[in-house]
Design a protein around this ligand. Structure first.
Ligand code: AMP
Length: 231
């Protein structure tokens, strides 16, 4: 089985729904298994800056799609199916962007695919979600692990990447839970998590994964956009 890491980003509303749909498509693919997803982060755009902020996340997958170009084809099919248009070639607004960060330990440089992704180690909006998935992920091409790379970044770079649904979202989840008459114990049970885990989410101490957000939105019968951070 091949191990790969994928970075996802969206900056056209409904951003959270695009991320959710892309994860769902990856999940539904018969040759892909999602092993872990990160929390969701909001990031100011890099490069072409006159556009909306992005929501970014990452996923670790296992796949029988091989060579990695087959995985790229699948990622591009998902982008296409979710309405991605390539108007501005690099860094422009997009409903959804799927980048392959790593595929096993492969080093590839072709016209269509560069692996590891060439700028992954320089971008806080890629590294911070990756750290959620695996603190110790070692990038052999630069001989550093993810947490070291983040610790070497400037505060300014890191502050530009904000954990979403942390404080604001947690309060909203709590308010909706009470509104629907769930106790914290009862609601944690419905979500399949411990009371202390739910408490951490509600207090803004833990970032819910996309999967948890989906469960919460289903359980409380509110749209997932309601759980998006409000500006
Ligand atoms: P972007 O606008 O960032 O989505 O760039 C898309 C282009 O980057 C596509 O034409 C891909 O063929 C190319 N590309 C090169 N390496 C990668 C990679 N590791 N993951 C995704 N796209 C890649």
């Amino acid at each position: 089985m091949n191990q790969a890491y994928i970075a996802l980003g969206s900056n056209i509303e409904p951003r959270l729904e695009y991320l959710q749909l892309a994860i769902q498509r990856l999940k539904e693919h018969r040759s892909i298994q999602i092993k872990k997803v990160s929390g969701i982060y909001e990031t100011a755009p890099v490069g072409f800056t006159d556009q909306n902020d992005f929501l970014n996340m990452a996923a670790r997958i296992e796949t029988t799609l091989s060579p990695p170009l087959e995985l790229l084809d699948t990622c591009q099919e998902i982008e296409h199916s979710l309405g991605r248009k390539r108007e501005i070639k690099w860094g422009g607004p997009r409903t959804i962007d799927l980048d392959i960060l790593l595929y096993n330990q492969e080093n590839i440089e072709t016209e269509r695919l560069t692996l590891p992704h060439p700028s992954m180690h320089e971008r806080a909006f890629v590294l911070m979600p990756l750290m959620d998935i695996n603190h110790h992920l070692y990038l052999s091409h630069i001989e550093k692990d993810v947490s070291t790379l983040i610790s070497e970044m400037s505060l300014k770079e890191k502050e530009g990447v904000v954990q979403c649904n942390k404080i604001d979202g947690g309060k909203r989840i709590k308010a909706y839970r009470k509104l629907k008459g769930y106790t914290q114990i009862g609601f944690a049970k419905e979500l399949g998590m411990s009371v202390s885990q739910l408490g951490d989410i509600e207090r803004g101490k833990r970032v819910p994964t996309l999967e948890t957000l989906e469960k919460i939105s289903e359980q409380l019968d509110i749209s997932i956009q309601e759980l998006e951070p409000k500006k």
